[in-house]
Write a protein of this length. Structure first.
Length: 225
């Protein structure tokens, strides 16, 4: 159903006619998309994806979500991509935590989002020191998810935002893990030699979503005119 927030782990938001309510309340053109697609659009226009046609923006915070742009167009399809709900290999001997996702348990989000860190270690991400073993496991799960997306979408760049990614040492760990998982299969300089410029922090930070929403609003007005 276009304009509806459907199934979601966010309490109180399931099956909400968001588009309809906003349209009726304001009486103006409305453009509706996911928060991560909006953030991806913001990064494309003013941030780390400027000048690129194919990339992935992913946020790792209270959940995991991804927005993808392919050939200059945001991905939608049947509904919208749910990159945070990829199923990842889960070694229960290494990590006995059952996962935090109310729908899938140990999917990508269930193993690597903020609630998983809290459930597994008893502390929020910002409370964990840089040398905590949590980050080695977190980098492992993030790299598994990103390696899958790299093979599926062949993005020119991957941009990571969200509260969990504020742990700066995590980026280098993720990059190394991605290279190890791909194991030389993709013979491209971006991954083999320039991965510091391939997997990067969101330039716009917490403003990516807001700026992306402004870009969506401009598109809604353009379509009307």
């Amino acid at each position: 159903m276009f304009g509806y927030i459907t199934t979601t782990p966010k309490s109180g938001w399931a099956n909400t006619d968001f588009f309809g309510r906003i349209s009726r309340a304001l009486g103006v053109p409305v453009e509706f998309d996911t928060d991560v697609n909006a953030a991806a659009l913001g990064e494309a226009m003013w941030g780390a994806a400027k000048g690129l046609e194919t990339f992935v923006y992913m946020t790792v915070g209270t959940g995991i979500g991804g927005g993808g742009m392919v050939n200059g167009r945001l991905l939608h399809g049947l509904q919208h991509p749910e990159m945070g709900h990829l199923r990842l290999p889960h070694d229960l001997g290494l990590d006995p935590y059952s996962g935090a996702c109310p729908f899938h348990g140990d999917c990508f989000e269930g193993l690597a989002a903020g609630p998983a860190l809290l459930g597994r270690w008893g502390h929020h991400a910002e409370e964990l020191p840089p040398d905590h073993p949590a980050w080695r496991l977190e980098a492992h799960y993030l790299a598994l998810g990103l390696a899958n997306l790299i093979c599926m979408l062949s993005p020119q760049r991957i941009i990571l935002g969200g509260g969990v990614m504020q742990q700066k040492a995590l980026f280098q760990m993720v990059r190394r893990n991605v290279q190890q998982l791909l194991n030389g299969y993709l013979q491209v300089p971006s991954i083999l030699e320039q991965i510091d410029q391939y997997i990067v922090p969101a330039t716009l930070g917490n403003r990516a979503g807001v700026l992306g929403a402004i870009a969506l609003a401009k598109e809604a007005i353009r379509q009307v005119n």
